[in-house]
Design a protein around this ligand. Structure first.
Ligand SMILES: C[S@@+](CC[C@H](N)C(=O)[O-])C[C@H]1O[C@@H](n2cnc3c(N)ncnc32)[C@H](O)[C@@H]1O
Length: 278
């Protein structure tokens, strides 16, 4: 009997608690290879909820890191019709099962399983990525996710968090946690833009998707940025301009060192392009 068939529902939680406590340990997979995470499959109902939480659609390129028997990749291809699905697993037994499952589901034209180490995987092209790994493994992946993945990419994790990177959404399904993060654009620094002859400057700080900072108005006065929201490549914030009847509102899309957007100030709306100056 396969290892995962022997693990009952309660056993899974206990097994993971034990594994979490000794995360530096390697586990031997069925194919005789050393693994960073043991094989425990995500129940199908939870797979469905993870894909729903990730908002997976036919426009997506989906990756599952440590893809096991391929159930998450196969479900996304079969039910959400993702245009491309990729799984990676170190255990050849899992890869063989995943390929068999892809065949049964009739999705081999859009799905690939690679036998390899998830830490060596280039997953930049993903628009949505799922994982059921371990806290320490998530933490090791975190810099690569934040630095290499496109802003707006959704990351869905079964059971485990990303340290102090707070999830954008969290759901509990049958006492199991699932988390969603949206990779934020990099906005820390100084940004300037013009409205007519007037120059505005925003000095932004950032921790993950949390932005804060100050806005320098054309008259040189500095005011705090209010209600900042950074979601993927989209940023919005407001500011109180002394004497104005309504708050200034800025919204835009970040693309590298430019933000294209609009600003409403004193009842007027203007298209703006903010440039990163430092
Ligand atoms: C907890 S299981 C999750 C399986 C599947 N994603 C699911 O949710 O049903 C973790 C998987 O990661 C694989 N794995 C462990 N360490 C790995 C590594 N360094 N690189 C690639 N796969 C790994 C294991 O073989 C196992 O299939």
């Amino acid at each position: 009997m396969k290892m995962h068939n022997r693990i009952g529902l309660l056993g899974i939680a206990a097994v993971f608690m034990t594994f979490s406590a000794v995360a530096a340990t390697k586990y031997t997979g069925e194919g005789g290879v050393e693994l960073d995470v043991p094989y425990v499959p995500t129940p199908q109902e939870l797979v469905d909820r993870m894909l729903k939480l990730g908002g997976v659609t036919a426009n997506d390129i989906h990756y599952d890191l440590g893809s096991g028997d391929g159930r998450i990749v196969v479900t996304a291809a079969r039910d959400m019709k993702v245009k491309k699905g990729v799984g990676v697993d170190l255990d050849p037994v899992r890869i063989a099962e995943a390929n068999e499952n892809a065949k049964k589901a009739g999705v081999t034209d859009r799905v690939t399983f690679h036998r390899g180490d998830l830490f060596a995987m280039d997953f930049k092209e993903a628009t949505v990525m799922t994982m059921y790994l371990l806290p320490e493994v998530n933490l090791k992946l975190r810099p690569k996710i934040l630095d290499e993945m496109k802003p707006g990419t959704r990351i869905v994790s079964h059971a485990f968090t990303m340290g102090d990177w707070q999830p954008d959404k969290h759901e509990v399904v049958d006492s199991r946690n699932i988390y969603l993060w949206i990779v934020p654009a990099k906005v820390a620094g100084s940004w300037t833009w013009q409205v007519g002859n007037e120059t505005y400057k925003a000095d932004l700080k950032q921790q993950y998707q949390m932005a804060s900072g100050t806005l320098t108005l054309p008259n040189g006065k500095q005011v705090p940025i209010e209600s900042p929201v950074l979601s993927g490549e989209n940023i919005t914030f407001a500011a109180t301009v002394p004497g104005a009847t309504a708050p200034l509102r800025f919204s835009g899309k970040v693309a590298g060192s430019s933000i294209d957007g609009a600003m409403d100030v004193s009842g007027k709306s203007a298209k703006v392009t903010a440039k990163k100056t430092s």
